[in-house]
Design a protein around this ligand. Sequence first.
Ligand SMILES: NC(=O)c1ccc[n+]([C@@H]2O[C@H](COP(=O)([O-])OP(=O)(O)OC[C@H]3O[C@@H](n4cnc5c(N)ncnc54)[C@H](OP(=O)(O)O)[C@@H]3O)[C@@H](O)[C@H]2O)c1
Length: 260
Amino acid sequence: MRIGFVGTGIITEAIVRGLLKAEFPVVEILVSPRSKPTATKLAALSPLVRIGEDNQDVVSGSDIVVLAVRPQIAEKVLRPLQFAPSTIVASLIAGVPIPTLLDWIGADVDISRAVPLPFVSDLNGVTAVYPGSDALTAIFAALGTVINCETIDEFDAFAVAGGLMGAYFGFSETCAQWLVSAGVPYGKARAYLAPFFHGLAGSAVRNPEKSFEDLRIGHTTVGGLNDQLFEQFRKDGGLQALTAALDAVGERLRQARREA
Ligand SMILES: NC(=O)c1ccc[n+]([C@@H]2O[C@H](COP(=O)([O-])OP(=O)(O)OC[C@H]3O[C@@H](n4cnc5c(N)ncnc54)[C@H](OP(=O)(O)O)[C@@H]3O)[C@@H](O)[C@H]2O)c1
């Protein structure tokens, strides 16, 4: 199997590093040449990685083509390329529906969309895929967990949830800054919070039978500090603010689908 990447940016680097770490059975990984520093770095990691001469060389030389350019330039990048109809295409391009991609590609390729996250590089990823695809399931299962979606609404909902990465780090930074305001050096605050959140995430992963609400209750002493903090956060609209932000991003994706 030969896997090619059109767009050699952050997410391509994470996937390629993960594939090499996972020793995924590929004959060749082709990356587009435009982002030379990243492409050169990846090619130096393994003889399996080759920098294509141009985007067409990547597409022509690959059984599976991963589209990993930004949405704003995707049409300009894709329209001139020639795809063989047997190509399997994985589009990571946020918010661009499959009918639009097929129009830009101009061939009846086997296409799915996927939302991998940067921690695929550590084989800890969780990747939503739609429509389900055996080839993409094999690739992303090697890099962590795969969630095959039954409907586009389900896929878009996971795309919204993927946007929680920024909120998570923003939340963590707010906690760190509060500790700083209480007199704790930033380094110590960070050294406490990173394993703190990692430990909580580990509990959730190790106990799949428990809902998050079960875990919250399990980590709470009634009337204790945890309980007070959560109730105050809830009372002051913290949870509603999060739900409203998720709704707003969901609406942006629905709007993009209506306009496609
Ligand atoms: N980052 C994530 O966690 C993530 C997760 C899931 C999906 N995605 C999606 O994946 C796509 C890429 O995201 P990213 O974060 O990897 O962005 P990125 O780091 O900006 O990577 C995009 C790459 O495309 C290159 N590029 C620009 N014009 C090109 C062309 N004509 N031909 C080939 N390559 C070209 C850019 O090069 P220059 O820098 O030289 O312009 C850049 O290296 C986006 O659609 C994004 O929505 C990202």
